[in-house]
Design a protein around this ligand. Structure first.
Ligand SMILES: CC(C)(COP(=O)(O)OP(=O)(O)OC[C@H]1O[C@@H](n2cnc3c(N)ncnc32)[C@H](O)[C@@H]1OP(=O)(O)O)[C@@H](O)C(=O)NCCC(=O)NCCS
Length: 334
């Protein structure tokens, strides 16, 4: 028993931690494909100065039984710490989760954070689920709930064509769309970062009020480079106005170790450019690119706050269906 910080340069230990994490994440979720060890190791070894992470493990008889990853934003939202905690199903109910949870609170307090946030996946129809009880008994309160939806691929071309034609009636002539793989070109990066930084402010997130993020072209390039080393592919469609600025974007990410899954990452339309179906436009264009270049991918997974009716209606029109929930819980530390 006991917890310690993982030495991420130790391949054997890192592999064990990856296995415990994958076993926990797939438990009760047969559709889940874990990322590969190689991808995970690159991610864990990448030092993001804007958001350093600490990986803590719980041991059971020399084996790694649980993994907690703590994220400490340094340039925005410095009042909070995020964490993700998993215990291998074969090692649960032995106190590892509680120990790691205590370690997270201790580390966050030491870093002078006043709020700890965690999220996890649960079935839709399980209000008293054990994962919820686990955090609720440890001082966490529900803040908001994302609904996770999947879109089975391929989406019929005729369906995409219809949605595209409907949206173009509202924006055609005022904007142009561009699709880029593994990062947008340098002239678009600053305005893309500007819109990306607003996403966390405008997306509904319960009672927590987030500050804008602090993505810069330098950090963006660094992240794209990490993804390239992880053999991930990111497809980005942007809408550009007549000044040449990005005013809307959407990202699809394909992890290399998850051969059939695609993650929908952020989608955002600048406040002054809303109401013109640009959200639908960038999503349809990105999906078309995805389907043309990656016929092996079977589904796109996305999460939206239950109250985000604008984004949810776009996703439902595309054909996304509810699969599970991702509640976010917060514990105040001061
Ligand atoms: C939630 C999770 C982290 C708990 O891990 P765990 O190692 O089983 O946690 P613990 O053993 O410390 O506690 C779990 C329960 O087992 C009980 N328990 C602890 N030792 C026990 C023992 N020896 N015998 C029986 N029960 C025991 C605890 O009292 C606790 O019950 P409670 O929550 O009702 O108070 C784990 O189920 C998991 O990885 N879930 C998936 C990811 C997730 O949901 N994470 C939560 C986000 S923080």
């Amino acid at each position: 028993m006991g917890t310690l910080q993982l030495d991420v340069t130790d391949d054997a230990r890192t592999r064990q931690a990856h296995q415990a994490l994958a076993a926990s994440r797939v438990f009760g979720r047969p559709w889940y494909e874990p990322p590969s060890f190689e991808e995970t190791a690159i991610d864990w070894r990448y030092e993001d100065k804007a958001e350093p992470k600490e990986i803590w493990v719980a041991e059971d008889g020399g084996q790694i039984a649980g993994v907690a990853t703590l994220y400490l934003p340094m340039e925005d939202n410095t009042w909070l710490a995020w964490f993700d905690l998993h215990v291998h199903p074969d090692h649960r109910r032995r106190g590892h989760g509680s120990e790691l949870m205590e370690r997270m609170a201790e580390r966050a307090a030491k870093a002078r954070r006043t709020s700890l946030i965690t999220e996890f996946k649960v079935p839709v129809d399980a209000p008293g689920h054990e994962y919820r009880r686990f955090v609720e008994r440890r001082g966490y309160a529900l803040n908001n709930t994302e609904v996770i939806r999947h879109l089975e691929l391929p989406v019929a071309d005729a369906h995409l064509d219809r949605l595209d034609a409907e949206s173009r009636l509202r924006w055609s002539g005022d904007y142009r769309l561009e699709t880029h793989v593994n990062g947008v070109p340098a002239p678009l990066q600053q305005s893309l970062c500007d819109v990306m930084n607003q996403l966390i402010v405008d997306a509904p997130t319960g009672d927590i009020e987030f500050e804008p993020e602090s993505m810069t072209p330098e950090r963006y390039a660094e992240q794209i480079d990490v993804e390239r080393r992880m053999s991930r592919e990111r497809i980005t469609t942007v809408a550009i106005d007549d000044t040449g600025d990005v005013v809307a974007y959407t990202d699809l990410v394909m992890p290399s170790g998850m051969p059939t899954t695609v993650f929908q990452w952020g989608t955002y339309v600048h406040r002054e450019h809303r109401g013109k179906r640009l959200g639908m436009a960038v999503k349809v264009e990105n999906l078309r690119h995805l389907q043309a270049t990656h016929p092996e991918r079977r589904r796109v997974a996305t999460g939206n706050d239950g109250t985000n009716s604008w984004m949810v209606s776009i996703n439902e029109a595309l054909g996304f269906r509810v699969v599970e929930l991702c509640p976010a819980y917060q514990r105040k530390l001061s």
